[in-house]
Design a protein around this ligand. Structure first.
Ligand code: NI
Length: 202
């Protein structure tokens, strides 16, 4: 049976979008589309996912390079997070997922602790703080994360945790697919904003 997953990130969830009636913003919110995966992978596609995850910190650095404070404080879409909040969200969210990944590797299908993405995004350091610490944190975090991914045995890819909100059992295989998507998802939001605003030519 083919399994198709949609994104279950706390803030990227279906629940948020049912609450948000502004369907006009969907192309801005999902410039590369929603996360989906048919539940299957092979060594080649896993390697592609890891390559994308490994490159995410540099992509984020590239797309935010040279932005002014005003540009960093511009929402990527009306009513959405600012570029600054998106950068801090990367650090906050990937820290949480790194911990979930490690829990899945070291415990027997543990139930993880969700967090409120919208609330974390509204904390003062996320709304107002300089982005460099989060860029540096993401770079270091992904070095550790990728080293851990690359050390997995074939059977390790099926190790999993339970997300208590959805009840879903999430394998680290699925996590790789999700984070390859997530890494490109918000970078594409920022890039699209820059293009619409005439900040960049590409
Ligand atoms: Ni996100």
């Amino acid at each position: 049976m083919s399994r198709t997953f949609i994104c279950t990130f706390e803030g990227d969830s279906d629940i948020e979008h049912r609450r948000d009636r502004s369907w006009n913003w969907r192309p801005l919110q999902y410039p590369i589309g929603r996360f989906s995966w048919n539940g299957e992978s092979d060594p080649q596609i896993r390697e592609e996912w890891l390559g994308i995850i490994a490159g995410t910190p540099d992509e984020l650095r590239r797309v935010t390079a040279g932005l002014s404070e005003d540009q960093l404080d511009t929402p990527y879409r009306p009513g959405g997070w600012t570029v600054r909040q998106v950068v801090h969200h990367y650090a906050d969210d990937h820290i949480n997922s790194y911990v979930r990944f490690k829990l899945a590797l070291t415990e027997d299908v543990p139930t993880i602790k969700p967090y409120s993405e919208p609330a974390w995004g509204e904390l003062p350091d996320a709304r107002l703080g300089p982005i460099e610490p989060s860029l540096a944190l993401l770079t270091a975090l992904h070095q550790r994360w990728i080293a851990a991914w690359r050390a997995l045995t074939p059977s390790d890819w099926q190790r999993a945790f339970i997300h208590p909100r959805s009840g879903a059992t999430v394998s680290v295989e699925r996590l790789a697919a999700q984070y390859a998507w997530h890494g490109r998802h918000h970078v594409a939001q920022i890039r699209a904003l820059g293009q619409r605003s005439g900040w960049t030519e590409n």
